[in-house]
Design a protein around this ligand. Structure first.
Ligand code: UDP
Length: 461
């Protein structure tokens, strides 16, 4: 093994980590953060990527980028879960051969490949890694809790959950046995409008992870301690919990979309903890009627807000056309600000932010925890459901919107989180988690130590 220890304690190694990110915003960002973490530990990084949603190599001049030749995917708009499911099949089918060719070439060049780190959504590439005898390490982009919910899909099937749910069940507060803290009313969204298609993929991801040599998690031990017992019992892989990734290099820019930085000077003018930040991530969309309820709920709450409306995220519209007459003029008077895409981490860290209305994607949830910002949760599908359930029922650092998008409820929940006593208690609890997130990355902390173990593990591959 070719390595030296520098004066700073970093291992300089000629070993290469080959990484295969999944080409969606919420996946590429943390994978590139992980790449930077491993690079800071002395590894060389080679990124295999699709042409579809390709990362910008000029932002990462220290990495070697290799486009996977001849792979489609760019003709599939990812605006609904049906297309997300199709995209995952198309990519896994079409990429297998080209990924094998790329990896084989790197091996034949004797490039010193130590291991192959792939997003769990590349479930089919285990075959490639096995065929070429390269250790595969899976990177799971969501929480441990979400992973365990995915792994319980056979149980849900056995329980007869693959059917239309009655209106009563869609309101049921009963816990799902074996899948706590999920409630019966979470199930229809968790399984999406295509339960067969979604659950098949969940199973493929879980099965695809089992033979992997190790799994890297963007979470930290203190946050998901309860779930870890079940994880270690049911999945005896090596597990490395080294998150939150984005805290290692706070200034690192990995976003595929252009952010509107002008909103920061608007935030500067707002009172401390007064602004609600609203964003539903890079994929979730809403119907026009829901969009109007959101707009009226925000307006009626009388609370300042910064709202990300992604072009195309309102079904049937380009951007803000469905807003009621006079709405934009009213918010132009100072109480609201709308952008197409925002510098989210900077916003959450801003002193004027008092709450985050989110779709409960894992990156957003973790970023909010790290800045101590209580949440309002509107999960749409899949892992967002267990994430939101943890936020509202387990960690008690946020509130869920129980009735979808309904202006009266939106107004009262905003008040609850931003103004009421209840919100202050959530704030205390999330500040406690923020402190734990900071500590886990310090020398001797859980993620710090786990990263040291991961480095040793990769060097031993
Ligand atoms: N994000 C951003 N600007 C925005 C909205 C989101 O930079 O206006 C980033 C956010 O910081 C997070 C990612 O996009 O890192 C969204 O990931 P998440 O897992 O929360 O949701 P997804 O988009 O995958 O549904």
């Amino acid at each position: 093994m070719d390595l030296t220890i520098t004066g700073t304690g970093t291992v300089q190694t000629s070993r290469v980590v080959v990484m295969l990110p999944y080409p969606l915003e919420g996946h590429i960002n943390p994978m590139l953060q992980l790449a930077n973490i491993l690079h800071s530990k002395g590894f060389s990084i080679t990124v295999l990527h699709t042409r579809f949603n390709a990362p910008n190599p000029t932002n990462h001049p220290h990495f070697n980028f290799i486009p996977i030749p001849g792979v489609a995917g760019d003709d599939l708009p990812v605006s609904d879960t049906g297309n997300l499911i199709r995209l995952m099949h198309v990519l896994n089918d079409e990429c297998l051969g080209p990924v094998r060719d790329c990896l084989e070439r790197l091996l034949s060049e004797d490039a010193g490949v130590a291991c192959f780190v792939t997003d769990a959504q590349w479930f089919a590439v285990q075959k490639v890694a096995d065929g070429l005898k390269v250790p595969r390490v899976v990177y799971w982009t969501s929480s441990v809790s979400a992973f365990l919910s995915f792994s319980a899909v056979p149980l849900l099937r056995h329980m007869g959950c693959f059917r239309r749910f009655s209106d009563e069940e869609k309101k049921s507060e009963a816990l799902v046995t074996g899948l706590e803290p999920l409630k019966v009313r979470d199930l229809s969204k968790f399984l999406t409008s295509d339960p067969e298609g979604a659950s098949k993929l969940m199973e493929l991801m879980v099965q695809g992870m089992k033979p992997a040599q190790a799994v890297i998690w963007n979470t930290f031990k203190e946050l998901e301690e309860l779930q870890l017992v079940n994880l270690h019992r049911d999945f005896p892989n090596r597990h490395f919990l080294i998150g939150p990734f984005h805290k290692y290099f706070p200034a690192l820019s990995t976003s595929l979309l252009t952010r509107d930085e002008n909103c920061i000077s608007w935030l500067d003018k707002q009172a401390p903890k007064s602004v609600l930040y609203v964003s539903f991530g890079s994929l979730a969309g809403v119907e026009e009627s829901q969009f109007l309820e959101i707009a009226w709920g925000l307006a009626n709450s009388k609370q300042p807000f910064l709202w990300v409306v992604r072009p195309g995220s309102v079904k049937g519209s380009e951007w803000l056309e469905p807003l009621p007459d006079g709405f934009l003029e009213r918010i132009a008077e100072g109480r609201g600000y709308i952008v197409k895409w925002a510098p989210q981490r900077k916003i959450l860290a801003h002193h004027s932010i008092g709450g985050f209305w989110t779709h409960s994607g894992w990156n957003s949830t973790l970023e909010s925890v790290c800045e101590g910002v209580p949440m309002i949760c509107s999960p749409s599908f899949g892992d967002q459901l267990p994430n939101a359930r943890n936020v509202s029922d387990v960690w008690k650092i946020g509130v869920e919107l129980r009735n979808g998008f309904e202006r009266g409820e939106i107004e009262s929940v905003i008040k609850r989180v931003m103004v009421d006593e209840d919100g202050l208690e959530m704030k205390d609890r999330i500040m406690n988690l923020k402190e734990k997130a900071n500590l886990c990355l310090k020398k001797g902390g859980s993620s710090y130590s786990s990263l040291e173990d991961l480095v040793k593990f990769i060097l031993s591959c």
